[in-house]
Write a protein that binds this ligand. Structure first.
Ligand SMILES: O=C(O)CCC(=O)C(=O)O
Ligand SMILES: [Fe+2]
Length: 386
């Protein structure tokens, strides 16, 4: 969202710094069901996984969504009965992907790609590395806790926004700063499973290449020079966020991740076979069915701005379930905070007048974190009313 990059994380009670310099809170508080419920009652945010593992029968109140935002309890059946699925785009050049890609970007802002050229082995290794971390003991994970006070903090957390009054997501995450290389410091990442750091580096480099290939195709399908979007966005600020959605005692009352559009340029996401990602299309939440080996592409707000609204960023959210934990890995390709983003002049015409004001990306990020996502409220704030 999002992630979005750099979530302030849970405000855990302060403990003496660990050898890694992070603040952590260790069991016994986390191991006792009564104290978990008491903590919930007084509003101290927890790592969701710790809450889930004590076997609560009811969702703590701070995770209960207002009725109009709750998932539709009949959604699985509805999906099984058909409906229009999120498009799949085959990147095999012999089938000319551009027409399908154009339709998917204009109508959905989200699609799955196959024949993308990233080895299936690497996708599996990335998910396995993430799972290895989330399956490790809580006290080990907390050694990698992100800084609760900082808005751009790398590491293990649970809360996306610093605001105390919002409903919390039923999600934990590990955020990595991966590009430019000056932000990449693998010593801040787990070193277990044994290949964790190597896999994240290889994954980061591969996702950068794929994102650039897609941005070139997106530029071309808008009739712009192939390098247009990439050059407008500038150097890739990449974050990789592994999200872990624990089984939820009352999944129909909660969201794994609230509805949002991503703030940067483009997001590449992989998920396991559990399912839970949904995209809003014509007022309906459409599940993104797990497709083995596919990579989900989500256009983000800066691409919508550059395209003058011809392509849209997708509103998406994650729902949870009572039985199976779900893991996803989102790779965000964002502009640097000093870039100014505005619609491509070639796309501003009589029939398609200038739709968005220019924005300094750093200001966009600050506003996103101070106001929260709430669907597309941030990009909507830049709309020009003719
Ligand atoms: O876990 C997912 O499927 C969605 C993650 C996401 O949208 C985000 O991190 O911005
Ligand atoms: Fe997202």
């Amino acid at each position: 969202m999002g992630n979005r990059p750099n979530h302030p994380c849970s405000a855990l009670p302060v403990q003496p710094p660990t050898p890694t310099g992070e603040n952590t809170r260790l069991p016994p508080l986390l191991s006792n069901r009564d104290s978990m419920e008491a903590a919930g009652a007084i509003g101290i945010p927890q790592r969701v996984q710790a809450l889930a593992e004590v076997g609560l029968s009811h969702l703590p109140p701070q995770y209960i969504q207002p009725p109009d935002l709750r998932p539709d309890p009949h959604r699985r059946e509805a999906a099984d009965q058909g409906g229009v699925p999120v498009p799949v785009v085959d990147l095999d050049p012999s089938v000319d992907p551009l027409p399908r890609l154009h339709r998917a970007c204009a109508k959905w802002g989200a699609f799955q790609v196959v024949n993308h050229g990233i080895p299936a082995r690497l996708l599996e290794e990335m998910k396995a590395a993430g799972l290895g971390f989330f399956r490790s003991p809580m006290e080990t994970k907390l050694q990698y806790a992100c800084d609760p006070g900082a808005a751009a903090s790398e590491g293990y957390g649970s809360r996306m926004l610093a605001k105390d009054d919002g409903v919390l997501d039923w999600r934990d995450y590990f955020d990595h700063h991966t590009l430019p290389e000056s932000r990449r410091n693998p010593s801040r990442w787990p070193d277990f499973p044994h290949n964790y750091r190597d896999v994240v580096v290889e994954y980061s480099n591969n996702m950068k290449e794929l994102a650039q290939k897609l941005l070139r195709m997106i530029s071309e399908s808008l009739g712009l020079p192939p390098s247009y979007v990439e050059e407008t966005v500038g150097e890739d600020y990449q974050n990789i966020t592994i999200s872990y959605y624990s089984p939820c005692p009352q999944p129909d009352l909660a969201l794994g991740l609230q509805a949002h559009s991503d703030m940067g340029a483009i997001t590449l996401l992989i998920q396991d076979d559990v399912g839970g990602l949904e995209v809003l299309q014509d007022g309906e939440w459409i599940p993104v069915q797990p497709l083995p080996g596919a990579i989900i592409v989500i256009l983000a707000d800066q691409t919508e701005i550059i395209s003058n609204g011809l392509f849209k960023s997708a509103i998406h959210r994650a729902v949870v379930n009572a039985h199976r934990a779900r893991l996803s890995v989102a790779t965000f390709y964002d502009p640097s905070k000093t870039r100014r983003i505005s619609p491509a002049p070639q796309l501003v015409t009589k029939s398609c007048p200038l739709k968005y004001q220019e924005v300094l990306y750093g200001d966009y990020v600050s506003s996103w974190y101070s106001k929260g996502p709430e669907g597309k409220r941030n990009i909507d704030g830049l709309l020009i009313h003719h």
